[in-house]
Design a protein around this ligand. Structure first.
Ligand code: AMP
Length: 534
């Protein structure tokens, strides 16, 4: 019996309503966390998953594919309304969950009516306050100010306070309801034993910028794996039997945009369960790599994908294996994961890779990568584990052009040929939770891109003094520059000289932009005597 069908458990829905009201009144994060943890602790273990879903404004847990297909709770006719006091034995959490399950399961002819009847029956048994909270759950907006972070911390408290283990479990399971249930039933030991699962996407591991192969080799103990850095889009592919799903770097499901990759995975990859990390590149009909922007266009497409498959074939390069034959490999060393990748792919669709132990050979590999039209190389520590979402010295990216990822925080109106466009972009890097301006540029975009960017930024506008439009920091651009300079005008203290936009990075979230600390480190490195990699 699942939590959804629970009949033997009886926590009153009114208790949940009281918690929501109290959370609403409580401004402090710590206090919200305590209230939430206390509430979860009082529940029967079979109610925990449901309560966590409800707390996040969901009728069902994240990993539960059921949907309600209704917009709200209808009002019952006045003469049917319950006037029972909330403390009377009335609705339970399990009752509400059972109604949601029945509503989701109603399909086919007459299902609309069946859904409506179920909801009306629920509404008739509920108090006004209970109806309001059910309505919020259905609408997906709880307005209690409880973020996922607070729920995660409350779950950690439930499991004896082990926040890192709870966070790791949440990362692998992708669903706080499941994590909470596990914390309630298995405690800290249960959470510690969690491993990645097929069809729950993991955050991709990220790389730090490096400019010198001597530093890279030193950080990796004298030997490193250099892989070509392909200029495409990151994908994570999960396969189990005939089922294949693919996620982008920003964790959106792009399976439907990539039917050709799905087919190839069905045909050429083992049964699984297998999870691979890689890069796709769009090619033109002659097999040359297309601009990154074109590939993003395909990622966003949902309709007419089939016609793009012919127009825009893809090249696929896998570079990591996070699960093979159902066994999670993220804690295994890179060298072992590469072996598993080679076995899983039969040696096909692999990123080109060379193991190197000296700077001269590394530079040669870099030169070859650039000569073949790629962006540079990635250097990976042979002993390193796969750290989902982690950025550190285990993976370095080494590129030919100096680029940083900036967020556009404002734009100036153009004049002359650029009249009507927002054409001079204010670029910022991340400084804690804020963004610090480090330059401006009107270079790098085509006319069509200027037009599209103007529309995008206008939709993000938060202020306008007639000349400069300030925008919500959402658009990430990769910016090339000649030099990083000390700046007396920017509060960040640094400025990019001769900045130009190399490409729009819709695959990156603002939180993945370059940080001010990274920029400072790059600034310092400019003065090294070693020079640039090539
Ligand atoms: P960047 O986007 O400049 O931060 O560089 C990291 C990105 O390079 C990754 O997220 C991948 O999308 C891409 N990439 C291309 N080739 C590789 C590779 N061999 N290993 C890891 N990442 C790669």
């Amino acid at each position: 019996m699942t939590a959804m069908e629970g009949t033997s458990v009886n926590t009153a829905f009114a208790d949940f309503v009281a918690l929501c009201r109290e959370l609403e009144r409580t401004p402090g994060r710590l206090e919200k966390r305590r209230l939430t943890a206390d509430f979860l602790r009082r529940l029967d273990t079979s109610e925990v998953a449901t309560a966590v879903a409800f707390l996040s404004g969901r009728a069902f847990p994240v990993s539960d594919p059921r949907v309600l297909g209704v917009r709200g709770l209808p009002n019952p006719p006045a003469d049917h309304r319950s006037d029972r006091a909330p403390q009377d034995r009335g609705l339970t959490i399990a009752d509400v969950a059972a109604t949601f399950a029945a509503v989701a399961e109603a399909t086919g002819a007459g299902s609309r009516r069946a859904r409506e009847e179920r909801l009306l029956a629920l509404a008739a048994r509920a108090t006004v306050d209970e109806r309001a909270i059910v309505h919020r759950i259905i609408g997906g907006e709880m307005r209690t100010g409880v973020s996922e972070g607070v729920v995660l911390e409350a779950i950690a408290a439930l499991a004896g306070g082990d926040l890192p283990a709870t966070r790791r479990a949440a990362l692998f399971l992708g669903d706080l309801s499941v994590v909470a249930e596990l914390a309630a039933t298995g405690g800290a030991a249960g959470l510690a034993a969690v491993t990645p699962r097929p069809f729950v996407a993991l955050l991709p591991m990220l790389a730090e910028i490096a400019t010198d192969f001597g530093d890279v080799l030193a950080a990796h103990g004298g030997r490193t794996a250099l892989e070509y850095k392909y200029d495409g889009a990151r994908i994570q592919l999960h396969k189990d039997g005939d089922r294949v799903r693919i996620w982008s770097r920003r964790m959106s499901d792009v399976t439907r945009s990539l039917p050709d990759v799905v087919e190839l995975a069905r045909r050429d990859l083992p049964r699984g369960p297998v999870i691979l990390d890689g890069e796709v590149l769009a090619l033109d009909r002659a097999g040359r790599p297309l601009a990154f922007q074109e590939l993003m266009r395909r990622f966003r497409r949902v309709h007419g994908v089939e016609s793009l498959v012919g127009e825009m074939p893809l090249a696929l390069y896998f570079f990591d294996c996070l699960m093979s034959e159902g066994r999670a490999l993220i804690d295994a060393p890179y060298a072992e994961r590469w072996d598993a990748l080679t076995t899983a792919t039969g040696g096909r669709y692999l990123a080109r890779r060379v193991l190197v132990g000296d700077v001269a050979t590394a530079q040669q590999v870099m030169a070859d990568a650039l000569a073949e039209g790629h962006e540079g190389v990635m250097a990976k520590d042979l002993k390193s584990a796969y750290e989902p979402g982690g950025r550190g010295k285990r993976w370095f990216k080494v590129k030919s052009a100096a680029t940083v990822d900036c967020v556009i925080v404002a734009a100036d109106r153009g004049s002359g040929r650029r009249a009507g466009w927002l054409s001079n972009y204010h670029l910022a890097v991340r400084a804690g939770d804020e963004f610090a301006a480090v330059g401006k540029t009107f270079k790098g975009l085509t006319d069509a891109e200027f037009g599209a960017m103007t529309e995008r930024l206008q939709a993000l506008a938060v202020g306008d003094d007639g000349y400069t439009v300030r925008v919500r920091p959402e658009v990430v651009v990769e910016v090339e520059y000649n030099e990083i300079q000390k700046s007396p005008t920017y509060p960040s203290g640094l400025a990019l000289r001769f900045a130009r936009i190399a490409r729009i990075r819709d695959d990156k979230a603002p939180g993945q932009a370059t940080t001010l600390d990274e920029l400072r480190a790059l600034y310092e490195r400019q003065f090294g005597t070693k020079g640039r990699v090539v």
